[in-house]
Write a protein that binds this ligand. Structure first.
Ligand code: B12
Length: 246
């Protein structure tokens, strides 16, 4: 059954697929999967390669490559759920690419990807895939179908070159094994909801003349509201030399 599912998902254009039994998923900082899906048995993790658009020095174009990929991931997640329900009478919950509650998600996709044999953690705290290196993102479908875990990758895929650490403009990776979230967000998401709140604070206090001058500042915030999280930094992902050309 696993191979049938894997083949179907790959036929949709996914780059890799891994399976993990829920009991093999170990993520201390996210909730137990059974807390939102009591009958959950397995996590199907799907990997998609990040295209070289992420190298663009224009952050809007780099982000557009991400949005293109995310749209495919989201529509495939629906097709996969539909397939599992129709073919195997399964129940499913699909786990988004992003959409965290505060700082954490219902499922940590990095920990799920590790449990499903799709790679392991590098110095940048991201998952390195054996073929796509760091240029890979994940989504997942949790299901009540019982599926055996794929073999975990235990060989260290990180080459410990520290390029990610030295290239982080926020200095968010200086401490090994920890991403300093606020430092990272400050640079990677300059138009986050925090920026929106501080814009509104200033706008409320501003005179009519000042408000006119603030329209230009509102534009990227408006775009972020329309398109979701806008990342303006891909440095740790794009600078990792492991398997960069796959
Ligand atoms: C919230 C979030 C963020 C936040 C906070 C990240 C964080 N530390 O939790 C911020 C805004 C900082 C962020 C930044 C980025 N993110 Co982000 N993010 C998420 C999201 C939505 C939720 C993560 C979460 O729940 N974290 C809370 C818990 C799980 O984290 P944690 O237990 O504290 O785990 C940390 C440590 O304990 C440590 N760790 C745990 N176990 C182990 C084991 C070993 C051996 C080591 C060394 C470390 C280690 O690594 C973790 C990273 O800090 C996920 C999507 C998802 N659903 O998983 C994407 C996700 C993690 N992000 C991703 C990416 C690509 C990025 C960015 C590159 C931004 C960008 N331009 O795309 C940067 C990278 C920053 C970095 N180097 O860490 C990808 C990672 C893909 C990959 N190859 O691993 C994900 C999985 C999105 C996806 N759908 O693919 N992100």
């Amino acid at each position: 059954m696993k191979e049938k599912i894997r083949e179907y998902i790959k036929s949709l254009g996914a780059d890799d697929v891994g399976f993990a039994a829920v009991s093999d998923y170990d993520s201390p900082n996210t909730p137990k999967i059974e807390s939102f899906f009591p009958k959950a048995k397995s996590i199907i993790v799907i990997a998609y390669k990040e295209l070289s658009t992420c190298e663009s020095p224009d952050p809007i174009l780099a982000m557009n490559g991400r949005l293109d990929k995310d749209e495919v991931m989201r529509s495939n997640a629906y097709k996969i759920g539909h397939y599992l329900e129709g073919k195997f009478n399964a129940k499913i919950v699909s786990i988004p690419v992003s959409l965290p509650r505060g700082g954490t998600s219902a499922v940590s996709l990095r920990h799920a990807a590790f449990a499903a044999g799709l790679g392991n953690f590098g110095r940048h705290n991201l998952i390195i895939h054996p073929k796509f290196g760091t240029r890979v993102t994940f989504n997942a479908v949790v299901t009540d179908i019982e599926l055996e875990s794929d073999e975990k990758i235990t060989k260290d895929l990180c080459i410990h070159c520290n390029i990610c650490v030295n290239n982080c403009p926020a200095k968010a990776l200086d401490e090994e094994g920890k991403t300093q979230v606020l430092k990272c967000m400050h640079v990677s998401q300059p138009f986050s909801f925090i920026s929106q709140l501080s814009f509104l604070d200033k706008y409320i206090e501003a005179s009519p003349e000042e408000r006119k001058a603030m329209i230009g500042d509102y534009w990227p915030l408006y775009q972020a509201n329309s398109f979701g999280t806008q990342y303006y930094c891909f440095n740790c992902l794009k600078s990792c030399p492991v398997c960069q050309n796959n």
